[in-house]
Design a protein around this ligand. Structure first.
Ligand code: NAP
Length: 268
């Protein structure tokens, strides 16, 4: 009897993702690319969304060589463009039970009075409007199927505001608020909702933020071991593989040398 009770406390077996379908936005680089690789290694069929077609083609070819049994469809375009949603619909991607809502960016680190309005608009359209719209487009099918998992890439910037990050932080706060409402609205309906909120992850993020200024981008990660895209993808896979009744609401994850967006201990 005692043995039986102890057996029941061994780790639960994690879900098998093989043959399930996932949409990953922003799959041509960084966290989205690492997630594509890890979900492909789990045997999932993937719809990969990003603007850089050459990159997506290369990724598809390489993944299919490694994992010949999976299916990959590419949707090339901006998540801010209505045609991209139509293309996802045409491809049958909106019926997928998994959405990794990852495409996003920061632009610049100027103070509010100096920042560019065009940069603000790009961040708002990509990180907020597009992320909300794709969630709305996939949710009815998930509800009808009584299952789904929506993973939103927020940030520590969704928890804290910092100087020079006003609108980027505002977009990630907005995404987190939307995600909390989504979680409440879908609670008990078979839909799981997870926010992933990373601190410093070394990807193309800072190159994009500083418009290709490599030296400036590198200083962001100097003197510490930042998180890697692989670290974040592993968290995403772990959240997806939890037993059916377990919802990971949020993973707030930083390098050990970071305690907040502004508390970073560097060995320089
Ligand atoms: P990244 O290396 O720059 O990758 C961003 C990806 O998003 C690329 O695949 C890019 O592809 C895609 N993308 C950007 N704008 C797009 C658009 N309009 N339409 C379609 N795809 C678009 O950055 P990352 O670090 O992996 O960032 C991924 C997510 O994590 C973002 O939401 C970011 O805010 C969040 N995050 C990052 C960090 C960090 O420190 N790196 C920390 C916290 C949160 P194309 O250019 O080919 O379109």
């Amino acid at each position: 009897m005692l043995n039986h009770q102890l057996d029941s406390l061994l780790p639960a077996s994690l879900a098998n993702l093989r043959g399930r379908k996932a949409v990953i936005t922003g799959a041509s680089a960084g966290i989205g690319l690492a997630t594509a690789v890890q979900l492909a290694s789990e045997g999932m069929d993937l719809y990969l969304v990003a603007r850089r077609q050459d990159r997506l083609n290369e990724i598809k070819n390489s993944l299919l060589k490694l994992f010949p049994d999976i299916k990959i469809e590419l949707i090339c375009g901006s998540v801010t463009d209505a045609n991209t949603l139509s293309a996802l619909e045409k491809a049958g991607a909106l019926n997928s039970p998994v959405l990794i809502n990852n495409a996003g960016l920061a632009r610049g680190a100027d103070s509010i009075e100096k920042a560019s309005l065009a940069d603000w608009e790009e961040m708002v359209e990509t990180n907020i409007t597009a992320a909300f719209k794709i969630t709305k487009a996939m949710l009815p099918q998930m509800l009808a199927q009584g299952e789904g998992h929506i993973i939103q890439l927020s940030s520590v910037a969704g928890h804290y505001a910092y100087e020079g990050g006003s609108v980027y932080c505002a977009t990630k706060h907005a995404l987190l608020a939307f995600t909390k409402a989504l979680r409440l609205e879908t609670c008990g309906k078979g839909i799981r909702v997870t926010a992933i909120s990373p601190g410093l992850v070394e990807t193309e993020f800072s190159d994009v933020r500083f418009r290709g200024d490599r030296d400036r981008a590198k200083t962001v990660y100097q003197g510490l071991a930042p998180l890697t895209a692989r670290d974040i993808a592993s968290q995403i896979v772990w959240a997806l593989k939890q037993p059916r009744h377990v919802n990971i609401d949020e993973i707030l994850i930083m390098p050990d040398a970071q305690g907040s967006p502004t508390k970073i201990v560097r060995n320089l």
